[in-house]
Design a protein around this ligand. Structure first.
Ligand SMILES: Cc1cc2nc3c(=O)[nH]c(=O)nc-3n(C[C@H](O)[C@H](O)[C@H](O)COP(=O)(O)OP(=O)(O)OC[C@H]3O[C@@H](n4cnc5c(N)ncnc54)[C@H](O)[C@@H]3O)c2cc1C
Length: 326
């Protein structure tokens, strides 16, 4: 029997999987078709793609900076240099920004290189009986593990693991905000000298020019456009059915950038129901050594990739403190 089942192949899941796999056998399950969770990368064709989740890494802590430096040396990630502007074109954002060499899910891909993982595998039920964890997938298949780790957003954690959470964890007030993102490809020779831009608009919050990440050469201009929090909150439950939402984001973008509608050759919308939580909790992760049950994710610590990574390291510390007899 495998030692650890890990739900999620995002930053938290792939980080804890890599750490644990040095000593234990591990299997990761993710409901998505690709790895990376909220750092997913959407392919348009060949090497043309959009980072439609997390945009870039901006490390703050010493430990995470060191980790990022090691990944730069290994050519897993690189610096995203150039013009990061606000809409006045006056203020340039000069904080260092790091991205994956091919996509922002490169970090998860790298960490899962030597780990067994199963995609398109949604865990719908977890049960702890006779000291063993049994997980049930959407297709009703069942698997057994000695230990279980969850890394999904708080709301999903609560509904899946209700009876296994401590009171403190269950009663946390964590609100994860939505985000509606539009990916758009424009056939146009005119290239704006912009890598990313913050808008001052009711609908648009931010846009990134994917070409500026220098992962591909193309006549198409690829843009990832994020809508504002108020717009996302209003429409997150309708974006799949209501085409006015795509049209509203697109027309605001065209109006603000001067691109023409007739040149738009591709568009795809994605809604993130739980994109981030701005709060920090007093816990950095959760570990119940009696049940061999753990949780790590960004929402313990904040809204960023770094917060998910820190949570996974904190969980590893807790597991190491009381080595498991498996
Ligand atoms: C639009 C957007 C923009 C962002 N921009 C930035 C940014 O610029 N910089 C930054 O640092 N951070 C940014 N973030 C936040 C960043 O993406 C997250 O903090 C980080 O990726 C969270 O990692 P995680 O592993 O905790 O969670 P996740 O990435 O959400 O991983 C959870 C995984 O669990 C899987 N899963 C969930 N339920 C199940 C189930 N029942 N069965 C199987 N699998 C399941 C999911 O598919 C997912 O892969 C952004 C997020 C969004 C959405």
């Amino acid at each position: 029997m495998i030692d650890f089942c890990i739900l999620g192949s995002g930053i938290a899941g792939s980080t804890i999987a890599k750490l644990l796999s040095k000593k234990y056998s591990v299997q990761v399950f993710d409901k998505a078709k690709g790895v990376g969770g909220r750092t997913s990368n959407k392919r348009l064709k060949k090497n043309l793609s959009f980072d439609h989740g997390a945009q870039y890494i901006s490390p703050k802590s010493k430990k995470f900076k060191k980790f990022i430096e090691s990944l730069i040396k290994k050519k897993i990630i690189k610096k995203w240099e150039g013009n990061h502007l606000d809409f006045s074109f006056k203020k340039k954002d000069t904080a260092p920004k790091y991205i994956g060499m091919k996509g922002n899910n490169d970090l998860s891909k790298y960490q899962l290189k030597e780990v067994k993982f199963s995609l398109a595998s949604q865990i719908v039920k977890i049960e702890f009986k006779k000291n063993i964890w049994e997980i049930t997938l959407k297709d009703d298949s069942k698997y057994q593990f000695k230990s279980l780790i969850l890394t999904c957003p708080y709301i999903q954690t609560k509904s899946l693991a209700k009876k296994y959470l401590s009171k403190k964890l269950f009663n946390l007030k964590i609100n994860m905000e939505p985000n509606i993102t539009l990916m758009i490809a424009i056939k146009n020779k005119r290239k704006l000298p912009i890598n990313s831009i913050k808008f001052n608009d009711k609908i648009l919050a931010w846009a990134a020019n994917e070409n500026s990440k220098q992962r591909f050469n193309s006549n198409l201009n690829l843009w990832t456009i994020q809508s504002t929090l108020s717009f996302s909150k209003k429409y997150i439950n309708q974006y799949k059915k209501n085409f006015n939402i795509i049209n509203n984001i697109q027309s605001s973008f065209l109006r603000l950038t001067g691109f023409e509608k007739k040149n738009v050759v591709y568009k795809k919308i994605h809604g993130w129901k739980f994109s981030y939580s701005d709060k920090k909790t007093v816990l950095k992760s959760f570990w119940n050594k009696n049940q061999k049950f753990g949780i790590c994710a960004d929402w313990f610590n904040g809204p960023k990739i770094e917060d998910a990574w820190i949570s996974a390291h904190d969980l590893m510390k807790k597991i190491k403190k009381n080595p498991l007899k498996l």
